[in-house]
Design a protein around this ligand. Structure first.
Ligand SMILES: [Zn+2]
Length: 94
């Protein structure tokens, strides 16, 4: 069952799509596809997030689509989780 989380007034759908990913140090993590609408243009976009990160309650959530993401990097840099968390967050196939 998809769940929904709300972070800073932005709604994120946690889909039931998962994928396994091996980190650089060989740990296997489960990724979950998250969907949301861009905070800037409203376009639907998605990204993958480690389920570990979701359950620790400190998820890094992208607020913008690919087109507008770069403009938000400065905003997000100070609130990223540990380097370990960051490693498993990536845009699939981009
Ligand atoms: Zn956008």
């Amino acid at each position: 069952m998809p769940q929904t989380i709300v972070y800073k007034d932005q709604v994120y759908d946690i889909t039931d799509e998962t994928e396994e990913h091996t980190t650089k140090d060989g740990r296997l993590v489960q990724l979950r596809r998250i969907r949301s609408h861009c905070a800037r243009c409203g376009e639907l976009f998605d990204f993958w997030l480690s389920e570990n990160v979701l359950t620790t309650g400190r998820p890094w959530l992208s607020r913008r689509c690919d087109r507008h993401k770069a403009q938000g990097i400065k905003v997000h840099q100070h609130c990223l989780g540990s380097p370990e968390d960051q490693e498993v967050m990536f845009q699939l196939g981009r």
